[in-house]
Ligand binder design. Structure first.
Ligand SMILES: Cc1ncc(COP(=O)(O)O)c(C=O)c1O
Length: 289
């Protein structure tokens, strides 16, 4: 059955409804959705679903630019167009297409998708017979060690950092510093590098290279949690990522780390990292010094 759906201003066949691969919904799960039932051609509690989506949009600072009436009109059009009465409506809004970067794009073109699909209701007999269930831990936000695209919390943290004029948001779990919004985080104390152990954080590839570099240079690489206070009182700090490489962090919140300059051990690691790249790739760009 060919279904007509709504996608960002257009009514088109489901078969032709594509979202770009750089859509932030695809790249970052930077999006919201709602599902509501339609009985006898009449949307049930659609206004409450839209109100919840508006609430979510305020939480994630997403302005998708559609009113509840806009959505009600689209749903009515889709019901008529597809000649449906027993159905559900799926709505998804995302921060739209933009070159992939954690902070919000300067110019936002939200993606708005609405689909009304036929629904086969469960019979009275099946419902009243009941079903079974299993118990399972609530793990919605416990997969930091997998590089999933469920990055919305990281996007919001990074955006807040940028709004406050900072480069990175260094994340806390309880009193412990875990990693950055898109980097791993470190402090230097008494000539040793400290970083959070590989327990529910992203096992950064750059982190693994850094560990090898430290080992070759006889720099202790200590995988032990540290607090935000210890970070602020550190001799040096830096973050790492494949694209960022090693970035010195010279200030956290309003507090300078030591004298607020890139420290000698961080400089040494940046140099050693460049040499490692040169060994493997022939050239480290940009050429420095
Ligand atoms: C949350 C988080 N931590 C750390 C990193 C650094 O990982 P890598 O060094 O593999 O780029 C990333 C990179 O995307 C990340 O998203």
């Amino acid at each position: 059955m060919d279904l007509t759906v709504y996608l960002s201003g257009e009514y088109l066949s489901l078969e032709d409804a594509y979202v770009h691969v750089e859509d932030r919904g695809f790249n970052f799960a930077d999006s919201l959705y709602e599902v509501a039932r339609i009985y006898n051609g009449v949307p049930f509690t659609l206004d409450r679903h839209i109100a919840r989506m508006e609430q979510g949009a305020r939480t994630i600072h997403l302005d998708y630019g559609y009113s509840p009436d806009d959505f009600a009109g689209i749903v009515d059009n889709l019901l008529a167009e597809n000649d449906l009465s027993e159905a559900f409506v799926y709505i998804q809004v995302s921060r739209g297409r933009a070159p992939r970067a954690h902070p919000f794009p300067e110019e936002s073109h939200p993606t708005v998708f609405v689909m009304v699909k036929p629904h086969e209701p469960m019979s009275w007999e099946e419902r009243l017979a009941g079903k079974t269930a299993i118990l399972h831990p609530d793990q919605r936000y416990e997969f930091c060690d997998a590089k999933t695209t469920a990055l919305l919390p990281n996007v919001l943290a990074c955006q807040k950092a940028r709004q406050e004029g900072a480069f990175e948001a260094i994340l806390m779990r309880g009193r412990w510093v875990t990693e950055g919004s898109n980097t791993n985080a470190y402090l230097v104390r008494d000539g040793a590098v400290f970083t959070y152990p590989l327990v529910n954080i992203l096992p950064g590839i750059t982190r693994s290279v850094l560990k090898e570099i430290c080992s070759e240079a006889n720099i202790p690489f200590v995988q032990k949690p540290f607090t935000s206070q210890q970070l602020k009182e550190a001799d040096e700090s830096f973050v790492t990522g494949s694209v960022s490489e090693i970035i010195p962090i010279v200030q956290v919140d309003s507090e300078k780390i030591a004298d607020g300059e890139t420290g000698p051990l961080t400089r040494q690691l940046i140099q050693l990292y460049a040499e490692r790249v040169e060994e493997e790739c022939g050239l480290y760009t940009p050429q420095q010094r």
